[in-house]
Design a protein around this ligand. Structure first.
Ligand SMILES: *Cc1c(COP(=O)(O)O)cnc(C)c1O
Length: 409
């Protein structure tokens, strides 16, 4: 039985038939270059085709060859880290039309450093004391519907989250302990106070704002939409849609706050952010990934995702008449065409859990979008993420799904 690597090498050595690869370069990018060593194999860890999405636990996204070249470049010389961060921050800020920018070790780190900046400003004593808030403000306002596990990154700073639902509740919750107002962009459809009004209320009460946009590109314009709207600080994940280093993120926003966030971060030793280290490789890698991202053909990329969706839906629904397929696009985070396949449990001897398991355990291994078990549900369904598939892999996913559904028919 060929493993995935052999399989892909075999595929990539074929002539370019059937639309598998757009270019030779893409074909060779799929076959790992290992300098003769297959580290994952040595370690007994099995790589897979990512038909799930940008899940951190599944290593999220793959860096573009140009980004890897930039990282290799950065790995070969020493520089003064703060000088490089100043320059990279300036370049990134100009690319995304922000007043200032910094690279963080992920969106979660951006949330912590942003909160720290609002609490301490540039006061060295306060920076040393975090998360002890003696003498500082200590509350962050949040809409109840915007609570999310990631807000732990804000709570790391010792603050208390104050939940509100309406604009008038928010206004009466503001007091002299209010350090910041936090908005989760993905929760915008659920909250009563929408983004623009949230900013307006914060300005009225002179409270700085932070918005979490971690998974919110595409569309590209989100990279500047929220600083333009008036948010003081904006956080993005570097390793999701942007395909930068997995341990990178962006914090964009007002110069004084970005400077304060930098002071709360590595390489400064006595800071809350010292454990969120970012070195020259992440700095250059993040910047290069952003440049690649801004240069790409957004419309062509979207069209390719739609092509993959159609291929997979057509293949499954033709194999099993019991199934229905649809393309859906989540409204904010992970705003990309995604496949959903459904069928009535009684119509097939196959559960969605079985599909996930068989795809994962097959050759090549394929991870489809994780989901909680619905073994008891009348309607079975699973999703397939398309945007992290490499060229040629949608065809492999469709073929494997055909085998799984054929066997169940
Ligand atoms: C993924 C995510 C984060 C964390 O991003 P990292 O870059 O992995 O640190 C934070 N907030 C939201 C809403 C996310 O989806």
């Amino acid at each position: 039985m060929p493993n995935r690597r052999n399989f892909l090498q075999a595929v990539s050595s074929l002539p370019l038939v059937g639309g598998f690869f757009a270019t030779e370069a893409e074909a060779s990018a799929v076959a790992p270059k290992t300098n003769g060593r297959d580290y994952f194999k040595e370690l007994g860890v099995k790589p897979f085709i990512n038909a799930a999405g940008t899940y951190t636990a599944l290593t999220a996204s793959l860096m573009h060859p140009e980004t890897m070249a930039a990282i290799n470049y950065a790995s070969k010389q020493f520089v003064v880290l703060n000088d490089l961060h100043d320059a990279v921050g300036k370049r990134i800020a100009s690319l995304v039309h922000s007043e200032a920018a910094m690279v963080t070790s992920g969106a979660a780190s951006a949330l912590t450093l942003a909160t720290a900046a609002c609490l301490t400003g540039k006061d060295p004593e306060r920076i040393k004391n975090l998360p002890n808030l003696a003498g500082m403000k200590s509350e962050v306002l949040i809409q109840k519907t915007h609570r999310v596990g990631y807000d732990h990154a804000i709570r790391n700073c010792g603050i208390k989250l104050i939940e509100v639902e309406t604009a008038s509740q928010l206004e009466s919750a503001v007091n002299d302990k209010t350090a910041m107002m936090f908005f989760l962009n993905d929760a915008d459809p659920k909250g009563q106070i929408k983004a623009a009004q949230f900013v307006e209320l914060a300005k009225k009460h002179n409270v700085p704002t932070l918005i979490d946009c971690a998974a919110d590109v595409p569309p590209t314009e989100n990279l500047w939409k929220f600083t333009k709207m008036g948010f003081d600080l904006v956080a993005f994940s570097g390793g999701k849609g942007l395909r930068g280093p997995q341990s990178s993120g962006l914090l964009l926003g007002r110069t004084a706050l970005i400077e304060a966030a930098r002071m709360n971060a590595s390489p400064n030793g006595d800071t809350i952010g010292r454990g969120m280290k970012v070195n020259k490789e992440e700095l250059i890698g993040m910047m290069a990934a952003l440049e690649v991202y801004l240069k790409r053909d957004e419309a062509a990329e979207w069209k390719e995702w739609e092509r993959r969706a159609k291929l997979i839906i057509d293949t499954v629904t033709a194999t099993s008449k019991a199934t229905r397929g649809e393309v859906y696009v989540p409204p904010v985070a992970n705003h990309v065409p995604t496949v959903r396949i459904k069928w009535e449990k009684a119509a097939l001897k196959l559960l969605a859990d079985d599909v996930r398991k068989q795809m994962k355990e097959g050759t090549p291994a394929i991870e489809i979008t994780p989901g909680s078990s619905q073994a008891k549900a009348e309607t079975q369904e699973f999703s397939v993420g398309l945007w992290q598939l490499q060229p040629g892999e949608a065809e492999i996913v469709a073929k494997r799904l055909r085998e799984v559904f054929k066997a169940a028919a």
